[in-house]
Ligand binder design. Structure first.
Ligand code: ARG
Length: 511
């Protein structure tokens, strides 16, 4: 079942075309009925206003002609009439609406029409960094990306999830050396309750000890050249972190698994090729000893052209180079037609410049699109970046644990009679649902204030409210069959205006 607004647009399009075709003035090749929701009818077509302007007629007369042409042929329509300055108001029969709702309800796909243009969508999301904690910022990219995966799959697209973890680059020199100094397995020295401690200790040594710094630099070279012992230690670090990421994903009910890992290291071998192709395209320039590309239109604060750095002076590639390799791989190997980057808005310029260079080099071209799905930040009650009392990033794992504790407490308060294991199970769902839904229900691009009381409330636009409503609906359905009211829910009779309004809203689910 299509959206009623779309249904009206389809029904009226031929009438608009016919009225437009009668005119000899204006280019009437494409007339859009412009259908919108309305307070006075089920839908309102505003297209007569633009069409009237185009052909130099009175909008109400044009609307009247549309009604005359369309009127008699429409099934399921209770009334169609001219309103206001030249709107065409359309109201369905109750019967038509109830039939549409019944058919959507009986459809395993809830009446959602599959996308007509099939896409191969690569979704880049979550992307935490090895040997570092997942912080609250990763909650957003993880939860938003996971929702897009589900939506795109539901619409029938082919979806490829990619978790572009930070698992390569200069920091690994110091991390590996620190691991060697500790003389133990990564598993035993990296505490997943506080993975940052290991990173910070390595960093502190790097800053204070010149000898360590040199060892760290040599170690990067060994890593890059594929030294077996170095790779084994690096692999330990990656493994410890991915076990930790997976535990967070399982708790959040996120779809990502090890099969989706496509970190920076996965592109490492492709980087020299990226450089070669940029040279061949005549795009590579020298700037302050580095190999760079200048995409037009990007300038720094002083107004000088801003480069995308592909290779640093001492020969190292960087984040941008990996991202260029990523574009090539996604388009050429995976056959992506749409690439979604769920990455915080702070990286907007980086991604725009990567896309610009990829376009200049001919790697990203229509119909393939790369889109940055940005997001705002999570703020604390003081409306500054959400930090712990001691000023550190809020660890995602801690946030999840607290959500569960609070969810369980909430359930205990509402339903003390529930057995302990059920309180635990329901509380966990409520707590985790609350943080995910609080994130998803706010404007993606805006910052939002993290507020336990609001997100755990049983009233308002919250996960607990939605879960509660769903549970009640299911219990009504169970009662229908249990008490023999009907064999199954399915027949609809719309008698109240609120029911009718709800039915129309439900029919818009696909849109
Ligand atoms: N690892 C990065 C971070 O934590 C995010 C990577 C996003 N994806 C990308 N293709 N650049 O900031």
């Amino acid at each position: 079942m299509a959206d009623p607004l779309v249904t009206v647009a389809h029904l009226l399009a031929p009438a608009f075309a016919e009225v437009a075709g009668r005119s000899t003035v204006g280019d009437t090749a494409s007339v859009d009925p412009v259908v919108r929701p309305s307070d006075r009818a089920d839908a309102q077509a505003n297209g007569a206003l633009a069409l009237a302007k185009l052909i130099g007629r009175n909008p109400r007369d044009v609307a009247a002609d549309v009604v005359e042409v369309a009127g008699p042929a429409l099934a399921g329509i209770a009334s169609i009439e001219v309103a206001g300055p030249g709107f065409v108001n359309v109201t369905f029969t109750d019967r038509f609406i109830s039939e549409q709702v019944a058919s959507a309800a009986a459809d395993s796909h809830l009446g959602v029409v599959l996308a007509t243009t099939h896409e191969t969508v690569v979704i880049d999301y979550s992307a935490p960094n090895v040997a570092k904690e997942m912080h609250v910022g990763h909650l957003r990219t993880t939860v938003i990306g996971d929702s897009l995966v589900r939506l795109m799959e539901f619409l029938g697209h082919t979806v490829i999830k990619e978790n572009h973890i930070g698992d390569w680059g200069t920091p690994f020199g110091m991390l590996i050396e620190h691991l060697i100094d500790l003389g133990a397995d990564a598993d035993s020295v990296i505490d997943n309750a506080d993975p940052n401690a290991f990173y910070q200790a390595a960093r502190a040594k790097f800053d204070a000890d010149d000898n360590f710094k040199m060892r760290a630099r040599d170690r990067v070279v060994k890593l890059q050249s594929g030294d077996a012992e170095t790779l084994a230690l690096w692999q330990q670090l990656v493994h410890t972190s991915t076990v930790y990421f997976n535990s967070v994903y399982r708790e959040l009910g996120v779809l990502l698994t090890d099969d989706d890992l496509m970190g920076e290291s996965a592109y490492h071998r492709l980087l020299p090729g990226v450089l070669e192709r940029l040279v061949a395209a005549g795009l590579l320039q020298q700037s302050e000893g580095a190999d760079v590309v200048f995409p037009p239109g990007y300038t720094n604060r002083e107004g000088d052209p801003l480069p995308l750095i592909v290779q640093k002076g001492h020969g190292g590639f960087n984040y941008a180079t990996s991202d260029l390799a990523c574009v090539i791989d996604r388009v050429e190997r995976l056959g992506a037609t749409l690439i979604l980057y769920c990455v915080g808005s702070t990286q907007a310029q980086h991604l725009e410049m990567v896309f610009a260079v990829a376009r200049m080099a001919g790697w990203l071209h229509p119909p393939v699109r790369a889109v940055h799905v940005g997001n705002g930040s999570v703020l604390g009650p003081d409306r500054k970046m959400f930090k712990t009392r001691s000023g550190e990033n809020v660890r995602l794992q801690e946030l999840i644990s607290e959500a569960v504790v609070r969810g369980v407490a909430k359930v205990a308060e509402k339903s003390p009679e529930l057995p302990a294991d059920e309180r635990e199970r329901t509380g966990r769902m409520i707590g985790i649902g609350a943080i995910k839904y609080a994130d998803l229900s706010t404007d993606r691009m805006k910052d939002y204030v993290f507020d336990w009381d609001r997100m755990l409330a049983f009233e308002g636009n919250t996960a607990p409210y939605l879960m509660y409503a769903r549970a009640r609906i299911l219990s009504i359905f169970a009662k229908i069959t249990r008490d023999g009211i009907a064999a199954a829910p399915g027949a609809f009779a719309l008698s109240e205006p609120a029911e009718r309004a709800l039915a129309l809203e439900l029919l818009r689910f696909g849109s």
